[in-house]
Design a protein around this ligand. Structure first.
Ligand SMILES: [Zn+2]
Length: 415
C-alpha cells in the first residue's frame, strides 16, 4: 500500500485532547469534554469529504460511506472505536513523545524518571526495534486505548476517499464515549449503524483478534439478620455482617477466583459488601467463557450461602441472579464470515493472526448481545490505563491496513 498515512498525526492530535470518562456520572456522555474530540472528528471527517458525519446529543459520532460497488450482496460493515480514556490515570495535558527508530533501550519518561517502560514488563519491546514508539511523558496515560483505534479508522476513511477505485459495500464509522465506564453502547442507534456486523478496534498487540469474551452474570445476596441491643443480645442477635463475612470467607481460594485463574478459566468474585447489623448485601460478578458454566458457579455460591445460613436459623437471604452479557462467540458462530474476513485481512496485511479470548467484556460483547455481532481487532495498545502506555507508528499503520483489507475482502466475496 503506497499511501501517505495520516494515522500518526491524527493520533498525536487526538491524545492531547482530554477525554477521560467518569464512572460516578449518570449523564451521557459522562463527561462533556469527550465531545471536544467528537467535534474534531466530525470536522476532520467533513474535511476528508464525508459530509454526513455528525455527533449526536450523547456524543456518539457517526459517518457513513455508501456502497460504490455493482454487486448486490456485499455485507454492510461498521468499524468502531471509543473516544474516552480510563479513569485510572490522568488524561489531562497528555504530551506524546515519538521515539523514532527505537533501539531496544528501556524508555525513561522525562516528566517522571520513575516511570520506565522496560523489557521485564514489556518483553514484546524487543520486537519493536527500528519502529517509532509513542509514549506519554510520565505524568499521564497516553490514550492509545483507544485513540489508536480512532486514528486508524479515521485514516482508513481518508484512504478510501482518496482511492475511489476501491470497491466497497455500505460502511459506517462509529466513535463512542464512555467505554471505560461500561456505558459505551448505552445510546448506540442500531438503525444509524445500518450494518450486518462490525469490528471494534480496541485490542492490544499487533495481530490480535478476539471473538470470545466472558459470559457474565451478577449475583446479589441480600441478607436479613436479627437485630437486638448488643447488651441484651444473648440468644437473639444474628448479625448480618457476620453472615456476609462468613459467606465471603468460604469462597473457593485455589480455584474459581480471579487471583488464581487465567486463560479460559472462570470465577466467582465478590465486588462489594454493604450493610449493618440487621441487613447486609454482597454483590458478586460471575464469569466464564462457557455460558452453561455460569449456573454451576452460581449453584456453588448458593450452596455456600445456604450452609452459612444453617447456622443462623432466624435469618434469611435472597439470592438474585442478573444476566449481564454473553460470550460473543455464542452469537458469532452463526456468522463465520465475520471471523474469516478478519483473519484473512490480518494475513493480507503481512501479520500473523493471534486469535485470543478477552477476560472481560467489551463494547463489542454488548453490541453482539444487542444482535449486532462485533468482534475486536488490535489497534496497537500496550500498558493501557497507566503512565507506561505506549504504541508504535508502524502498528497504527498496520491497523489501517487491516481495516482496508476487511473492506476489500468483504466486497470480493460479495455477489
Ligand atoms: Zn479500550
Amino acid at each position: 500500500m503506497s499511501y501517505k498515512y495520516t494515522v500518526k498525526d491524527r493520533f498525536l492530535r487526538y491524545v492531547q485532547i482530554d477525554t477521560q470518562s467518569d464512572p460516578e456520572a449518570t449523564s451521557t456522555p459522562s463527561t462533556e469534554k469527550q465531545k471536544n474530540l467528537g467535534e474534531i472528528l466530525v470536522k476532520e471527517l467533513h474535511e476528508i469529504g464525508i459530509d454526513n458525519a455528525h455527533m449526536d446529543e450523547y456524543g456518539y459520532v457517526y459517518a457513513s460511506l455508501p456502497s460504490n460497488t455493482n454487486k448486490k450482496n456485499v455485507h454492510k460493515i461498521f468499524f468502531a472505536a471509543h473516544m474516552d480514556t480510563a479513569p485510572d490515570a490522568s488524561g489531562t495535558n497528555v504530551k506524546p513523545i515519538v521515539h523514532e527508530n527505537y533501539q531496544g533501550q528501556d524508555i525513561v519518561l522525562p516528566d517522571d524518571n520513575s516511570v520506565v517502560i522496560n523489557h521485564k514488563e514489556f518483553p514484546m519491546l524487543k520486537d519493536k526495534i527500528g519502529q517509532d514508539i509513542i509514549t506519554a511523558s510520565g505524568k499521564t496515560l497516553l490514550g492509545a486505548d483507544d485513540k489508536s483505534g480512532v486514528a486508524a479508522i479515521m485514516d482508513a476513511a481518508n484512504y478510501l476517499i482518496q482511492h475511489p477505485d476501491i470497491k466497497h459495500g455500505d460502511l459506517t464509522f462509529l466513535f463512542t464515549p464512555d467505554e471505560e465506564v461500561g456505558r459505551g453502547t448505552e445510546k448506540i442507534d442500531l438503525k444509524k449503524l445500518n450494518s450486518d456486523f462490525g469490528y471494534t478496534l480496541d485490542s492490544g498487540e499487533i495481530g490480535h483478534f478476539e471473538y470470545e469474551n466472558f459470559s457474565a452474570d451478577s449475583v446479589t445476596i441480600e441478607i436479613k439478620g436479627v437485630s437486638a441491643h448488643p447488651g441484651y443480645a444473648k440468644d437473639k442477635m444474628e448479625n448480618a455482617l457476620k453472615i456476609a463475612a462468613e459467606i465471603v470467607a468460604r469462597l473457593p481460594k485455589y480455584t474459581l477466583t480471579p487471583e488464581v485463574t487465567t486463560g479460559a478459566q472462570g470465577f466467582i468474585h465478590p465486588v462489594k459488601i454493604d450493610g449493618a447489623l440487621e441487613e447486609a448485601s454482597i454483590i458478586f460478578i460471575i464469569r466464564d467463557f462457557e455460558s452453561e458454566n455460569l449456573p454451576k458457579h452460581e449453584n456453588l455460591l448458593k450452596s455456600i450461602m445456604e450452609d452459612v445460613l444453617a447456622g443462623y436459623p432466624n435469618s434469611k437471604a435472597e439470592f438474585i441472579v442478573k444476566k449481564q452479557y454473553r460470550n460473543m462467540k455464542d452469537h458469532l458462530v452463526k456468522h463465520p464470515q465475520i471471523i474469516e474476513f478478519a483473519v484473512e485481512a490480518i494475513k493480507a496485511s503481512g501479520i500473523t493472526p493471534v486469535v485470543g479470548k478477552i477476560r472481560g467484556g467489551t463494547d463489542g460483547a454488548m453490541l453482539s448481545e444487542m444482535g449486532m455481532p462485533t468482534p475486536n481487532m488490535f489497534s496497537g495498545q500496550y500498558g493501557i490505563h497507566s503512565k507506561k502506555e505506549w504504541t508504535t507508528v508502524q502498528e497504527l499503520q498496520k491497523a489501517v491496513d487491516v481495516v482496508i483489507n476487511i473492506i476489500k475482502i468483504a466486497e470480493n466475496k460479495g455477489k
